[in-house]
Design a protein around this ligand. Structure first.
Ligand code: NAP
Length: 255
């Protein structure tokens, strides 16, 4: 009877993961902010036989998020938590992102992610079981010049997640870092630039679930872009930057 909690399940990859895991005998704890979209995903999952609870919270609200996680875990111990909610950074004009954008991106994508992950570490460690997936990005390996805060936030999740993975292994808690390439979602559609080998959110969910079932340390896809992104870290910085020149983008606002 697995219990799976997914943040950012009202849209994109989180919604696709919820639908993917929805099955009789599974309890889904789905999180988002938009009531209509979250309820539509919950209803689709119930139709597939899952038991579904929803919660609407801003992941930046550390106290509220911690209280929600403790209550959810007390009701039914969490087996898998997918820390997925995030926003794009960047600038509509392709300029340097503003301080406000950068801080908002860091608040949601770093602090917001750890507001979810760290209480779950405590709860799962006490129980001696559980799995936490941190949804990062290939931008963690190959920082995007047009999204410095986003890239830095995703690199923080990668480094923190891999470090925690080692520490938590003896305590029965598995940590995985998910680094997708381009995925067709609302966030993806805000991105005005080249998006090679873009895949659907449903396809991304299949790859993420497969990687998590195998307890892969890093779940990276599609493999060609992932290999290039990870390999680029070995290049001299001037060459790496040249390679990144095709990945310029602007952010489209007004979602
Ligand atoms: N799409 C891509 O190409 C791509 C590539 C690499 C990595 N990723 C990563 O994959 C994950 C999912 O992205 P996506 O493309 O599926 O994005 P999306 O469709 O824009 O969905 C983002 C989700 O995060 C939630 N969210 C955003 N800010 C929040 C906040 N402050 N508090 C609570 N919830 C918040 C949204 O909730 P509401 O809509 O209800 O507000 C929504 O459910 C993210 O971590 C992203 O960085 C995406």
């Amino acid at each position: 009877m697995p219990v799976i909690l997914i943040t950012g399940a009202s849209s994109g990859i989180g919604a696709a993961l919820a639908r993917h895991y929805a099955a009789p005998g599974t309890t889904l704890v789905l999180h988002g902010r938009d009531a209509g979209r979250l309820e539509a995903v919950a209803e689709a999952c119930r139709t597939k036989g899952a038991r579904v609870e929803t919660a609407r919270l801003d992941v930046r609200d550390r106290a509220a998020v911690a209280a929600w996680l403790r209550a959810a875990n007390a009701a039914h111990p969490l087996d898998l938590v997918i820390v997925n909610a995030a926003i794009n950074g960047g600038d509509p004009g392709g300029d340097v992102e503003t301080e406000a954008t950068a801080f908002e991106t860091l608040d949601v994508n770093v602090n917001g992610a750890f507001n979810v992950a760290l209480p779950c570490v405590t709860l799962m460690r006490a129980r001696g079981a559980g799995q936490i997936a941190l949804v990062s990005s290939l931008a963690a390996f190959a920082p995007l010049p047009d999204a410095p805060a986003y890239s830095g936030a995703k690199a923080a999740l990668l480094a923190h997640g891999l470090a925690l993975r080692e520490k938590l292994k003896p305590h029965g808690v598995r940590i995985n870092v998910v680094t997708p390439g381009y995925v067709k979602t609302a966030m993806g559609s805000e991105y005005q630039g080249w998006r090679p080998m873009e895949i659907s959110a449903d396809e991304a969910a299949i790859r993420i679930a497969r990687g998590l079932a195998r307890n892969q340390d890093i779940v990276a896809f599609p493999w060609i872009i992932a290999a290039l992104a990870r390999g680029s870290a070995l290049l001299p910085e001037s060459l790496r930057r040249l390679g990144m020149s095709g990945f310029k983008f602007k952010i489209r606002t007004g979602r």
